[in-house]
Design a protein. Sequence first.
Length: 506
Amino acid sequence: MTDFATTPLGSAAVTLARVRLGASGPLAGVRVADGRVTHVVPERDDAAPAGPVAGERVVDLDGRFLLPGLWDAHVHLAEWASARRRLDLSGTASAREVADRVRAHGRTAPGAGTVLFGYGFRDGLWPDAPDRRLLDAVLPDRPVALVSADLHAVWLNSACLALVGRGDHPTGLVREAEGHEVLLALPEVPAGTLDDWVADACRAAAARGVTGVIDFQFGDTVGAWERRSAQVPPAVRVSAAVYPSHLDAAVARGLRTGSEIGASGGLVRVGPLKLFTDGSLNTRTALCRDPYPGLENTEHAHGIEQTAPDELVRLMRRVAAHGIEPAVHAIGDRANTVALDAFEAVRCRGRIEHAQLLSPEDLPRFAELDVTAGVQPRHATDDRDVADRYWAGRTSRAFAYADLLAAGARLEFGSDAPVSPLDPWLAVASAVTRTDDDRPAWHPEQRLPVRDALAAAARGRRLIRVGDPADLVVVDVDPLTAGPDALRAMPVHATMTAGRWTHGPY
């Protein structure tokens, strides 16, 4: 097996023989050189593998399926890399159950004085509320910090609250901006250790056919990737987001969306500027036109406005003038209208991240304004129950992927990892089926055909053409004939990024 970390980018020409072009595609030979596809030649079903060309290597793929490389267009990579080593709280049905898991984990994974991290709880439908006292009762002396599945809330015990200077907090559940401040105040994993974790997470992503990610990790993401790219090229392409707190530095350096970062050979580049209009559904902070049931006549009955519309326009105008595209977080229907209004005022390219609840009149505006909808299909299936409760009567326009596609919008799939796992096949299956369990499809009218879901998972690439970057994935099963379970567990035979194997036996 080739060690991709020691293979120069685009260093060796190779012919991929007897491979089927795309799902249910025809048999062909594909030559790759200098990191790009140079030839696509039809073959016969009964043809032997092509012989070497001037000593070049030939890989016989024996009728497997060759697809454009997949992207995860929304990850928090350091968070995901860390979460893979933390206490998993997904599927917990109550605050009490979480406390029981913390107790059991604290017994089996001792670490006096260190923070016990957990992730993945969803409290939107719990019968009881997260509270510091529940955690104090099971682990009073060790700091505990539990991050919600949507990354918009952090639940801490008293020891951890004291550690971050918030010992007087009444419940220990901190949300939105305060939650992000708390996480930044906690002891950091050493940079070298975190870099190793991130590299391992990138290799795991490549093993699922991923050739690129947009990394929306909080903080100085560009600086982190400058450090990493000086070591070993990552197993995937990375587009590193900029946050407002680091915008002045990026502008001063002349960085633009697409600028190369570090010594990565073009694998790592500057991504978009991340801006927020609202919060999330599970925390009932997504900005909506209608109030949340049970919160009527309260200060945040309609959710939370993170950035005022005028400020959003000002920031977007500034970054667009410097060649940086905005990526605007918008989940509630009111938030999405605000974001689209800002794009209409500025007239720049960019993205809306999540686009979960949409007003019908906003659907065609994505295409009209050339705004990409960065969506996460696993959120639709994970959040169906909480949406039915808090967005009752409006769920026909929630996670409306088929309607967006019919209106001409460009969809790009992501996971929002660690909100859901960094695995594009889970996103494809959720988009195609609109269910992840034995229940019927949730709003089946919003299901996508497999071909459209695959394109959204490949940033719009549907075909493999001469001149394309050699970002390719080889799978053992035809996605068009695979059932839901086979789609989710799609066997990935090999992955190639920029002409080098990043996963597989070659």
